[in-house]
Design a protein around this ligand. Structure first.
Ligand code: SME
Length: 207
């Protein structure tokens, strides 16, 4: 469906990720994006409309994060701002935040999204698996991941990146959930691992 400027308006349901085209009415409802308009601004809506570049510019995002947290001596504040930055920059998310390791348990840290489970034992769920294996987990469909912990029933896919302390041990994870299936790919993985390396450098420096 095109408007008078030839822009196609596409709506993706936050809950199901389902694609719908809607006629433009005076005021654009939230979730409704002009593919052409978004392309001009270099970013996409909930999901890319045809021809829209959905690739997140992680180089730019990482630069922004470094500027945001550089020189700020408050770990909680920096993690809170990092979660807000990621949550607002990546389309299609319903949750983005941190779990920090305390002993054998991941404990909920700063995040954006609905309230989430507070403790995740090492090895459990996607977060616990990423931390235990010290390996980024890219899960296309969380419903088939053994032991997935469903904090928000809207989540359909997820990526979890381990965070390392100065000695190289895992100190926590960055957990990002999407309402869309198969939302994250190798580009996201590489970009988010690079972003996490800035957090490691700034927030967990050698003593
Ligand atoms: N999905 C996680 C649980 C945390 S919530 O998604 C915020 C997991 O299975 O590890």
């Amino acid at each position: 469906m095109k408007d008078e400027k030839g822009h196609t308006y596409v709506y993706y349901s936050m809950r199901s990720g389902e694609r719908q085209e809607r006629k433009r009415t005076g005021c654009r409802p939230s979730g409704l994006r002009s593919a052409a308009g978004l392309r001009e601004r270099g970013r996409c809506g909930m999901m890319p409309a045809k021809g829209c570049d959905r690739m997140t510019n992680y180089k730019e995002l990482t630069r922004q994060l470094a500027g945001l947290i550089g020189g700020v001596p408050h770990r909680t504040a920096n993690l809170a701002n990092a979660s807000a930055l990621v949550f607002s920059a990546l389309p299609g998310l319903n949750w983005a935040g941190f779990y920090l390791l305390e002993g054998e348990t991941l404990v909920l840290g700063p995040f954006q999204g609905k309230p989430a489970c507070i403790e995740i034992p090492l090895g459990r769920g996607v977060c616990g698996t990423a931390a235990a294996k010290d390996e980024t987990q890219v899960v296309a469909d969380v419903h088939v991941f053994p032991g997935h912990i469903a904090c928000d029933s809207a989540s359909n896919s997820e990526i979890v990146v381990p965070i390392h302390g100065p000695e190289g041990a895992v100190v926590g994870v960055l957990d990002i959930d999407s309402v869309l299936f198969d939302r994250f790919d190798a580009h996201d993985r590489a970009g988010l691992e690079e972003l996490v390396s800035v957090l490691e450098r700034e927030l967990f420096p050698p003593a």
